[in-house]
Design a protein around this ligand. Structure first.
Ligand code: ZN
Length: 149
């Protein structure tokens, strides 16, 4: 009995410490800024997305020429991997940026679907309008991934 009391209080201390460290300020451990190392790491995720953004110019050309076959092929082809690239990159961002990035990616693909539908319907105006919206979301997405320059 004499030994039990200190053991009990030790157990109590341990339990309290555990509880505090679990339910406690776990929020404080989540980084809110990008470390230089993290920024370097993110570049390999950013690169394929940035190059897809550059290829949007090709899509723009097809839409301007009202080349609907190539417009549709382009959306279904080269952009196939983009969805996955964006999904992976989103998860590498700071926690606060993950949801906005995922939402923007979802928006972007919504615009691609509408461009596809516009191409199918040979609706030049709608295709151009949706292209502009896609560019906006694409750039907002890229702006969420920090760069060194
Ligand atoms: Zn949008």
């Amino acid at each position: 009995m004499r030994l039990l009391r200190p053991i009990l209080s030790l157990v109590l201390v341990l339990v309290t410490t555990l509880l505090v460290s679990c339910s406690g300020p776990s929020q404080a451990k989540i980084p809110t800024v990008y470390s230089p190392e993290k920024i370097v790491q993110l570049q390999s995720y950013r690169e394929p997305i940035a190059s897809a953004r550059e290829s949007m110019e090709t899509l723009k050309g097809f839409i301007q020429e009202q080349n609907w076959t190539d417009t549709r092929t382009f959306i279904h082809g080269p952009f196939g991997a983009l969805r996955q690239d964006m999904s992976i990159a989103s998860k590498k961002l700071l926690q606060k940026d993950q949801k906005p990035a995922q939402d923007l990616a979802k928006e972007l693909f919504g615009h691609f679907e509408k461009i596809d539908a516009a191409a199918k319907a040979r609706n030049s105006l709608l295709a151009q309008e949706q292209y502009i919206e896609a560019i906006k979301d694409f750039d907002s997405y890229l702006n969420l991934i920090p760069t060194n320059n």
